[in-house]
Design a protein around this ligand. Structure first.
Ligand SMILES: Nc1ncnc2c1ncn2[C@@H]1O[C@H](COP(=O)(O)OP(=O)(O)OP(=O)(O)O)[C@@H](O)[C@H]1O
Length: 252
């Protein structure tokens, strides 16, 4: 099978107050070029921990991660950033507050082999256009942009590295509904046009099912169900998935 990312039996335990917390327990997944896999589950189910292991921000206790055919288990994040990028919920905080957005994007572009001088500015403008932003907004500092604008710029900066895989950790959670819809449409366009593979972590199952081809449901660090978005939402096999779908806020 043509996969760009293979995660095999990843586990991660933390120690808290002298007790072990099994944040991720024996999770495996695979991702093909141009595919979007949603990882859903309630708070504390292990979604972010799983993504951090895949991005090599932390070392997994057990398991193996293969990116574009290369075993990257235990590598440093900087060694894989040309192939894999991660975008976070707090896009403003992910930028250097003392640098204008353009300078942050240029920094990533200058790390690409063979891209120096004038082509950097041209490529930056192309990326900003790709995420649907006006080029002059790149002349602002992160705090001078709205949350949605900043998240688009974070996507542009991730694209600057020309990755094959982007990990999205709750990237729409801090946005209002219309900004969420814009980001979801943008991600759908980017996967179509660039054949980008995406892992889309969200606690919002309805939103994730609109964007993702497949969904993986996590509970207590484990994958409890996986399948096409349609199948998981319309015909859930697991009791926890059913509860997640039917969960409504009840006030006693
Ligand atoms: N650095 C850490 N040290 C100790 N425990 C941690 C650490 N990071 C995460 N955990 C614990 O691991 C479990 C999984 O956390 P994680 O943040 O991965 O869940 P999540 O599904 O991403 O939740 P949320 O949607 O709220 O971010 C939780 O019990 C959490 O408290």
């Amino acid at each position: 099978m043509n996969t760009v990312l293979e995660v095999q039996h990843i586990s991660k335990n933390y120690k808290r107050n002298g007790r072990g917390v099994e944040a991720v327990a024996d999770v495996s997944l695979s991702l093909r070029p141009g595919e979007i896999l949603g990882i859903v589950g309630e708070s504390g189910s292990g979604k972010s921990t799983l993504l951090r292991q895949i991005a090599c921000l932390e070392r997994a206790d057990r398991g193996r991660i293969v990116l574009s055919g290369t075993d990257i288990t235990g590598r440093k994040t900087r060694d894989i950033c040309g192939e894999l990028q991660m975008i976070f919920q707090d896009s403003t905080g992910s930028f250097n507050p003392r640098m204008k957005i353009a300078a942050s994007i240029d920094e990533t572009l200058r790390n690409l082999p063979g891209l120096r001088g004038e082509p950097v500015a041209a490529r930056r403008e192309e990326l900003i256009h790709m995420v649907g932003m006006a080029p002059e907004l790149a002349g602002r500092y992160p705090f001078q942009l709205s949350g949605g604008q900043c998240q688009r710029m974070a996507i542009a900066r991730a694209l600057a590295a020309e990755p094959k895989v982007i990990l999205c950790d709750e990237i729409t959670s801090a946005l209002d509904v219309s900004a969420q819809a814009q980001i979801v449409r943008l991600l759908a366009k980017l996967r179509r046009e660039l054949r980008l593979a995406l892992l889309f972590v969200s606690h919002d199952l309805a939103l994730a099912s609109c964007l993702c081809d497949r969904l993986m449901v996590m509970n207590g660090g484990r994958c409890v169900e996986e399948g096409t978005s349609q199948k998981v939402v319309n015909n859930p096999q697991n009791e926890y998935t059913r509860r997640l779908i039917n969960s409504v806020l009840t006030v006693e």
